[in-house]
Design a protein around this ligand. Structure first.
Ligand code: FEO
Ligand code: CA
Ligand code: CA
Ligand code: CA
Length: 503
């Protein structure tokens, strides 16, 4: 029995065993409600819930823990949305559906008298944001030649994880955008950014180029000791880097959403894990590299900071960023300002089970330019988890970690003992520090994504992403989760987990 205590909630749960069942399994005394699943109608206009549910963020309405807006990211489509793709070539109809079902949903959710979480489709805020929604570009790459001189970009897709800003908007991350951009003949430089959305304001849609263009996983925002805004970001690609953006100006709590301008000007840094230094990813630093000096092509390519943020993955390596094993979610510990990074895995280097890296900024200052680090937890048999992905803290310093063992590796070889993907609780201090205890087991060929607590920690929102994704024949789906009566397909979606007891 694992003692589970937060400042607001205490209780216990019996860690569950790994499972291969096509179910979302929770410890005894916990339950879940499916709030929304793929293709459910979300509003009076008849818009549909998207596909590939990932990040969640809950915004209370009038301070409520039982009614609010839930923002959900939609990362990609599977055979259940667009059917089989023949010869890797999507048809016009498949492209249209791909652009429609990716992006984000804003839905209104509430807990009814019986304690069941539901979606309120009469909501005036509920809406879709997708591959057809226009975004205003901000920052150094806005209007540059590499972006075709544009200051507006069509749409967002491949929305993976994200983060909530200090001014209560959502940042959503465009991750593996290349395939969709290519299929839809959209200009690739318009994607791979961090976008900002205000769940309560339909007209507020931005892409912040100062935060760099790469395969963004999520954002973790905090404040430097001097009040500048700091945003940590991972680039989920093999041998890619860890970044932090530090704003030029300082955060002003009374300015509310106007603080968003801080994300338009500042310095993007990349981590050099050997020197323990954050290196600026700027034109000046790029120019210092030997490769730049030696290459007429690079000299032509990098003319401005806009070019540097646009070709960020290459620029980061030029200035000395350390290649790492697929940095996914990053979270800042609310207790000691240490920074946790899920390095999910990298089979190119034999890091099969991944690890969680913990960064100690100099003087615990998020604005510091020097750091030290440790491997906080290593995946594998001893810890009981493999391939960490999204991270979330509860108010007692437990790290909630979901895993992303690829569907093709699950339940075989060295991944056998882990069975389906799961959700784990890892205390970051105390007697059980670093021990992973399994809280949930995912349906077949899915991963659990986007864990997010309500402010009172009585409810945990969680997405079920790509159940049955290895299905090749729609007559024989490998998963039918959430097992709606008569339903012939698996549906990704979002659930609300209840059962956390008041302390
Ligand atoms: Fe979309 Fe890196 O997971
Ligand atoms: Ca992820
Ligand atoms: Ca992943
Ligand atoms: Ca995934």
């Amino acid at each position: 029995l694992f003692g589970f205590k937060t400042n607001k909630v205490s209780g216990y749960f019996n860690p569950i065993d790994p499972s291969k069942e096509d179910k979302l399994i929770l410890p005894p005394n916990f339950k879940y409600d499916v709030i929304a699943a793929y293709d459910d109608i979300i509003n009076q206009a008849g818009e549909k819930f998207g596909s590939g549910s990932d990040y969640n963020a809950y915004f209370p309405i009038n301070g409520s823990n039982t009614r609010g807006l839930l923002v959900n990211n939609h990362e990609y489509t599977t055979i259940f949305q667009i059917g089989p793709v023949v010869d890797d070539k999507m048809t016009a109809e498949q492209i249209k559906r791909g652009l429609y079902y990716q992006g984000m949903s804003v839905i209104e959710v509430y807990r009814d008298e019986q304690g069941t979480w539901k979606m309120d489709t009469t909501s005036k805020h509920a809406r879709r944001i997708n591959g057809f929604t226009n975004f205003n570009l901000t920052g150094p790459a806005k209007g540059i030649a590499a972006l075709g001189g544009k200051s507006v970009a069509q749409g967002t897709f491949a929305n993976c994880s994200g983060g909530v800003t200090l001014w209560n908007t959502v940042l959503s991350c465009e991750e593996n955008f290349e395939e969709m951009a290519k299929a839809a003949s959209l200009p690739e430089t318009h994607y791979g950014w961090v976008i900002e959305v205000d769940p309560f304001d339909k007209s507020y849609l931005k892409k912040h180029t100062a935060l760099g263009r790469f395969n963004h996983e999520n954002t973790a925002m905090g404040l430097a000791a001097d009040g500048r805004v700091v945003v940590y970001m991972g680039d989920d690609k093999k041998d890619a880097c860890v970044y932090k953006f530090v704003s030029k100006g300082k955060y002003n709590a009374s300015a509310g959403r106007a603080n968003s301008a801080l994300l338009e000007e500042g310095t993007l840094y990349v981590a050099n894990l050997k020197s323990g230094k954050w290196v600026p990813v700027t034109l000046e630093e790029v120019k210092k590299s030997k490769s730049y000096t030696d290459s007429a092509d690079l000299q032509k390519k990098y003319q401005s900071l806009g070019d540097v943020v646009t070709y960020c993955q290459e620029a980061a390596k030029l200035v000395g960023g350390t290649p790492t094993d697929r940095p996914e979610d990053i979270e800042i510990s609310p207790f000691d300002n240490t920074v946790f990074i899920a390095h999910t895995n990298n089979d190119s280097h034999g890091n099969i089970h991944g690890h969680i890296t913990r960064i100690f900024e100099a003087n615990n200052d998020l604005g510091a330019l020097e750091f030290d680090f440790e491997i906080f937890a290593a995946g594998g048999r001893q810890s009981g988890f493999s391939s960490p992905d999204n991270l979330a803290f509860d108010s007692n310093g437990n790290l909630w970690v979901v895993t992303d063992i690829s569907s093709s590796s699950q339940n075989k070889g060295v991944h056998k003992s882990f069975m389906n993907n799961g959700l784990f609780v890892i205390p970051t201090s105390g007697d059980s520090k670093g021990q992973a205890l399994q809280f949930a087991s995912a349906p077949v060929e899915s991963e659990l994504t986007g864990p997010f607590f309500t402010p009172d920690e009585q409810t945990l929102f969680l997405s079920i992403q790509h159940p049955g994704e290895n299905t090749t024949d729609l007559n024989y789906p490998t998963s039918l989760w959430p097992h709606r009566p008569g339903d012939k397909i698996a549906r990704c979606g979002v659930v609300a987990i209840s059962g956390f007891k008041l302390g």
